[in-house]
Design a protein around this ligand. Sequence first.
Ligand SMILES: [Fe+2]
Ligand SMILES: [Fe+2]
Length: 191
Amino acid sequence: MASAVRILLAEHESLGGVVRALHGYVEPLRAGLAKPSPTVFATVFSYIETFADRFHHPKEDEFLFSALRGRTDRADAVLLGLQHEHAAGPEELVSLREALARTQGGDPAAIAAFADQLEGYARAQAEHIRVENRFVIPLAKEVLLPSDWERIDQAFREHRDPFFGPGADGTVRDLLATESHWSRRAPGAGI
Ligand SMILES: [Fe+2]
Ligand SMILES: [Fe+2]
């Protein structure tokens, strides 16, 4: 398998784990079993901002998607949708941070609104990853040539996950541990 594909799938695993962790908070927040910790959520949002929005998505746009467009038009509509989602990512995080800030007085309506927004965000991100894994990557394996992969592999090898690679950030791992705690207590709460 091309190393870009391995790296991409591993990055999706990491992102998917964070997204599931976020989703795991939705029901506990609604039930009043969890408080919207500004430290935990701020750390996770900056992980997504740094890793996904500034690093993972631009690599997909610039190397994988553009190479695919050069070899086939079968993915054009899907790629356009995915790129719109990449472009919308930073603004969604701004909006999530604002919703998080509104919860800090303990207002139940603000917490419910944050939980709703978190759920929508987590579901959309999970679907984004699903489309890339199930449609884009298989199509890329089918149509891209070795010369395309050389360029893509190099781009993907140059940067690695700053949180889940060596020196992984403890707070994101803590959040993931917390998510499995909630999942055990509230089965079916995950995506
Ligand atoms: Fe993407
Ligand atoms: Fe992706």
